[in-house]
Design a protein around this ligand. Structure first.
Ligand SMILES: [Zn+2]
Length: 82
């Protein structure tokens, strides 16, 4: 399989993680936007659907989530359920 340009070392910190699914919120003061861990697309308050790790440190846009979900075996939890 050809390596996707978006893949670097994400498997080291994102493989098998639980991801929270929902719109972007400011979780840390001064961090009013984030970037997708794969394609670097901007994720901010206008983003209605994105995925983040439970500590909100890593964010993944919807396109990359769909492209890589099989490879990374993520467990998805909707934000409204926590
Ligand atoms: Zn992306």
């Amino acid at each position: 399989m050809k390596t996707d340009w978006r893949l670097t070392n994400q498997k080291e910190y994102l493989f098998g993680k639980t991801l929270l699914k929902g719109s972007f919120k400011v979780y840390r003061e001064g961090w009013e936007h984030e970037h997708c861990a794969f394609c670097s697309e901007r994720i901010d308050s206008s983003t209605t659907m994105a995925y983040s790790t439970e500590d909100h440190y890593h964010w993944i846009c919807e396109d990359c989530f769909n492209d890589f979900k099989k490879m990374f075996e993520w467990v998805v939890v909707p934000l409204e359920k926590i």
